[in-house]
Design a protein around this ligand. Structure first.
Ligand SMILES: Nc1nc2c(ncn2[C@@H]2O[C@H](COP(=O)(O)OP(=O)(O)OP(=O)(O)O)[C@@H](O)[C@H]2O)c(=O)[nH]1
Length: 562
């Protein structure tokens, strides 16, 4: 998750992209540079080695030339031309010459037959040099002999070399003539090979890692001694070349420079070599330095890009944070950003405007919603009131439907419903009920005599009287025309008869409006277990009423006993 978050970061991605690109560029540049530098370094190193070889060759040449000239000049001095060859003058000259140059191992003179007649330190005097090359060639012309091991001198000279290196010499010889030009003898010196070694040492520090070889014209190694006879020298380079990078006979790759010793026709070559690996060490170091430089520069660039990207991304993060706060309900969040480019400031301004616009619309919507809610509440209240009114009206209507308009008593429909209820209660609980059916006597005459309105008033008077006489639990209804019904719950026939008589008497004794005295007839019946419907009791009460009418009116008549 953390890694994903890191990779998701704008600044890290940008820094990695630029750092990576730079690193790849640096690597490509390093590869190209490597090729160029590699050629350049090989050339410089090769030329340096060639130059070193040249410097050594020149020093050898100069020395050879000097020794050669010294012998030549000595042979032309008067002492050598005129003095006896075995005389003191000549011997002293030989001694002085030997002492003047430390590498002279031997200096002496042989007569025309090759017999050594004088020498510094008296060495080899009396011995024959007739077969020595220096004598053979030196009779005719100045001679410089190739390096050779001591033949005659070896037995006479101590060898200081701890490695057992034999004494080796380079011979210089010159013919000695008398004033008439006749050969008197041959003057010769044997110079120790050490002078060559010293020249090399002077020019080549021991720790340089460079090796120097001297090769004769036959390709044989002359120096160093350890390599003589064990190592082969590479073939001479073409004149156009001064150095070469390649295999060395016998193994290994080397960079080596070569120079020829031009003096005395010896045909020596001086070769300075270095293992290829070592020669290219500078390149390797340079390569490492370049890599390090590339890496360091990449890291620096990444840091710089990271800083730059941070300055770009921080305002964006600020905007994202503000957007989150606005989303979370902080409507007055500040959209201002610190720093950033013109485009980011434009974005910030646009976000601020968009938020303001959205918030204004949200407020409008809230207002509309609030109005709507108020409207719904108002409508609901109106509906509730209408409903209430409707229910009240319905109740009133229901009441009216069961009320007699003239007397205010229950009407026939209400009486029938009440009878049904009471009959069910009777069936269920066994509580008996009684029914009184009342009819105004000769009511037609009232109407006829006093008018219909007076008749109505009489009916209202009788209703009042019934209301006053009956118990609160009794049900009084106008059953039709001038006929009334009383339903008496929990009342037996005797109780009902008492009430009926009380009512009858009350009506008779009352003064009806306009009319004065008025009477009523009453039929009485009680519920019977055999009654399937309450109408049966009403029917029986009606029969009793009929009998009361027939019996003379103003009386109570109970149902006939069954
Ligand atoms: N004023 C008035 N008269 C009514 C009303 N209902 C019925 N009547 C009258 O009551 C009279 C009933 O007369 P009848 O049925 O002949 O009986 P009666 O005259 O009372 O005679 P008996 O019942 O035999 O004593 C009729 O003339 C009806 O018009 C009413 O609401 N108001």
């Amino acid at each position: 998750m953390i890694r994903r978050a890191l990779l998701d970061s704008f600044r890290l991605r940008l820094a990695a992209l630029f750092g990576g690109l730079f690193l790849v560029s640096a690597l490509l540049a390093a590869v190209c540079l490597d090729q160029v530098l590699s050629d350049r370094i090989v050339r410089d190193q090769g030329e340096a080695m060639s130059s070193l070889a040249g410097s050594i060759a020149k020093a050898i040449e100069a020395n050879l030339r000097e020794r050669h000239r010294e012998v030549l000049l000595l042979a032309q001095t008067p002492t050598y031309i005129r003095a006896p060859l075995d005389g003191d003058d000549l011997r002293q000259s030989l001694e002085r010459t030997k002492q003047a140059y430390k590498y002279y191992a031997w200096i002496g003179i042989a007569d025309a037959q090759g017999k050594i007649v004088s020498a510094a330190g008296g060495m080899l005097v009396g011995q024959s040099a007739a077969k020595r090359p220096w004598f053979i060639h030196g009779q005719h012309a100045p001679f410089v002999g190739d390096i050779h091991q001591a033949v005659l001198l070896a037995k006479l000279m101590p060898n200081p070399s701890p490695q057992g290196e034999p004494l080796r010499f380079v011979d210089f010889a010159s013919p000695v003539y008398d004033p008439s030009g006749k050969l008197r003898g041959v003057l010769a010196t044997h110079a120790l090979w050490d002078w060559v070694e010293d020249i090399i040492r002077e020019r080549l520090p021991a720790q340089s890692g460079l090796e120097t070889f001297i090769v004769d014209r036959h390709g044989n190694l002359l120096s160093p001694f350890e390599a003589v006879g064990k190592m082969q020298a590479p073939a001479p380079m073409p004149a156009a070349l001064t150095f070469r990078l390649g295999p060395w006979p016998g193994g290994g790759d080397y960079l080596y420079g070569e120079s020829r010793v031009q003096e005395a026709g010896l045909g020596w070559r001086v070769i300075v070599r270095q293992p290829k690996q070592q020669a290219l060490a500078t390149l390797n170091r340079l390569r490492g330095a370049l890599m390090l430089l590339g890496l360091a520069a990449s890291a620096l660039l990444m840091a710089a890009v990271y800083r730059l990207a941070t300055s770009f991304s921080r305002p964006l993060e600020q905007l994202a944070g503000t957007a989150q706060r606005v989303g979370g309900g902080e409507e007055d969040a500040d959209w201002a950003i610190r720093g950033g480019t013109q485009e980011l400031r434009q974005l910030s301004e646009a976000m601020r405007n968009m938020t303001s616009s959205l918030l204004a619309r949200k407020q409008q919507l809230a207002d509309v919603n609030a109005n709507l809610e108020q409207m719904v509440a108002d409508r609901t209240e109106q509906l509730r009131e209408s409903n209430h009114l409707l229910l009240r009206k319905a109740a009133e209507l229901a009441l009216q439907a069961r009320q007699d308009a003239l007397t205010g008593l229950h009407n026939r429909m209400a009486a029938n419903e009440q009878l049904q209820e009471e009959h069910l209660r009777y069936k269920r609980a066994g509580a008996p009920y009684a029914v009184l059916l009342l009819d105004v006597d000769h009511f037609k005459r009232v109407n006829d005599t006093f008018g219909h309105d007076a008749g109505d008033r009489v009916l209202r008077h009788i209703a009042d009287t019934l209301r006053d006489s009956a118990r609160a639990t009794d049900f009084v209804a106008r059953y039709g025309g001038e006929e009334f019904l009383l339903l008496l719950p929990a009342t037996d026939a005797a109780g009902a008869a008492v009430l009926a008589e009380k009512i009858r008497a009350a009506v008779e004794q009352s003064q009806a409006p306009d009319v004065g005295r008025i009477t009523i007839s009453i039929g009485l019946a009680t519920a019977d277990a055999a009654d399937a419907q309450p109408e049966a009791a009403v029917k029986r009460a009606d029969l009793a009423l009929y009998r009361a009418k027939a019996g003379g009116r103003n009386r109570v008549e109970a149902e006939a006993a069954s």
